[in-house]
Design a protein around this ligand. Structure first.
Ligand code: 2HG
Ligand code: ZN
Length: 457
């Protein structure tokens, strides 16, 4: 870690580069950048620096290299694994002022967005041109494009459009070497060697600082229908999700909420769910099309789950009311205390067994704990939220992640490794893979100044 003199030298360069008003050192001003939404991940920052141009970022990275000062790139600070908050005296590099949105290129179906543009702003911008963006998530008002690229964000539409990685056509970024790279021309087919943009997707700020992204847009499909179904359990939800995905191409979201989790949310919202409150699991399905997908979805539900209690919504406000039952899960858990969060993928056939086993083992090991199980069932992605055990109780990790590894799953589906899961990386990825990752890290960030301690153990 850099000494005080090195940090002072760096901050002098930073003030000359971005102006004194954009170098924050007042503890009150930097407090919000130093702790994440979970309240679990926090640390002291030496300062927060807020550039607006890629040239400024390049100058800042070069100065950080020269002084051996560690930088933590940060966007909307909606991460959940401690990957974008300081740990011990780093400088936070906030990209929020990169909030420029280029004109929508309707011919190409693309747009260029600055790293600090929020997901909601991008969605509104695309909609104004009759197009849409392929990612949506509950954090849309705060999550920013740069952070979403850096973490390869997922969300509720992955089942139809893929994760952030699938939306990125090109990037502008500053590597840990201090060199800027830019390929924003929007060429969909571009087989000219290593794909640096894809390498930076999901690199969690350890290889480069994303400043702009060229993104693909998708058709805006005005006819949307959402349905909430009460089912016997997670196994039924997995089977029904597969059937609906296969039968109805317009399906764009398939979300599961385990029954007891839904009842925690009901207590939090102070109302029972609109369908069979005592169900073993709930499935939220949404379909969107150029023509109304309601008849096709209704027929498929009738075919595969004819007797399930269901609520269907077409108007936006009604759909939002149904979605509230899914989106309120993280806040309902947070209202109970500091949440131990796991974001895992299971092979589809193992999802129901995993949910049963994880509930049973956590219940046996921590009898007073509350466990919420919910997630993107269409992608095999379950969010396990545990409240009660001490946040540093690694025995909980051993139970949840141990089960995931044994079942052939992934210890991170969409949130990333951050600092939260880094000791587990080598349990999930092979030694050869981790060695290759380290070699890439050394090549692009030779002095290890970008987000040290994140991702790689
Ligand atoms: C979601 O799907 C997010 O709601 C957050 O990925 C999940 O907070 C969580 O564990
Ligand atoms: Zn999620």
């Amino acid at each position: 870690m850099a000494d005080d003199a090195a940090v002072s030298e760096f901050l002098a360069v930073a003030r000359a580069t971005v102006g004194g008003s954009e170098v924050l050192t007042d503890p009150d001003l930097i407090a919000g950048y130093s702790v994440d939404w979970t309240r679990r991940w926090r640390g002291a920052a030496a300062a927060v620096v807020r550039p607006t141009t890629t040239e400024q970022v390049a100058a800042l990275v070069a100065a950080a290299r020269a002084q051996g000062v560690a930088l933590v790139p940060q966007g909307g600070n909606t991460g959940l694994v401690g990957g974008a908050v300081p740990r011990a005296g780093e400088v936070v590099l906030s990209l929020r002022r990169f909030d420029d949105l280029g004109p929508v290129d309707v011919l190409a179906g693309q747009v260029t967005a600055g790293a600090g543009v929020t997901l909601a702003a991008l969605q509104a911008h695309a909609a104004a041109s009759g197009l849409a963006f392929g990612i949506d998530t509950g954090a849309r008002d705060s999550a920013t494009i740069g952070g979403m690229v850096a973490t390869n964000a997922g969300g509720v539409h992955v089942v139809r459009y893929g994760p952030m990685r699938s939306q990125v056509v090109g990037l502008e970024a500053v590597l840990g070497t201090g060199e800027a790279v830019s390929r924003l021309g929007g060429l969909v087919k571009d087989n000219t060697g290593y794909d640096l943009a894809q390498l930076l997707c999901g690199s969690e700020g350890t290889l480069g600082v994303v400043t702009r992204a060229r993104l693909r847009l998708v058709a805006d499909e005005p006819h949307v229908v959402a349905g909430l179904l009460a089912l016997g359990g997670v196994a039924e939800a997995v089977a029904l999700a597969a059937a609906l995905r296969n039968d109805v191409p317009e399906v764009r979201a398939l979300e599961v909420m385990e029954g007891d989790s839904m009842r925690v949310v009901a207590a939090h919202l102070g109302a029972p769910p609109p369908v069979a409150p005592d169900a073993g699991a709930f499935l939220l399905v949404e379909a969107a099309g150029h023509a109304d997908p309601t008849p096709a979805l209704g027929a498929a539900i009738e075919r595969h789950a004819g007797r399930a209690d269901a609520a269907v919504a077409v108007e936006r406000a009604d759909r939002e009311r149904l979605w509230r039952w899914r989106e309120a899960h993280p806040e309902a858990a947070a209202a109970l205390g500091v949440v131990l969060k796991f974001d895992v993928t299971l092979p589809t056939a193992a999802m129901a067994g995993f949910c049963a086993a994880v509930s049973e083992r956590l219940g046996a090991g921590w009898p007073g704990a509350t466990t919420l199980l919910y997630g993107h069932v269409g992608d095999g992605n379950i969010h396990v939220n545990v409240v009660g055990p001490h946040p540093d109780d690694e025995a909980v990790d051993d139970v949840v992640l141990g089960l995931v590894v044994d079942l052939g799953g992934s210890i991170s589906a969409e949130h990333g490794i951050g600092v939260a899961k880094r000791e587990w990386l080598a349990r999930d990825r092979s030694a050869a893979e981790v060695t290759a990752m380290r070699a890439i890290k050394r090549a692009l960030d030779p002095d290890g100044i970008l987000n040290p301690g994140v991702l790689l153990p």
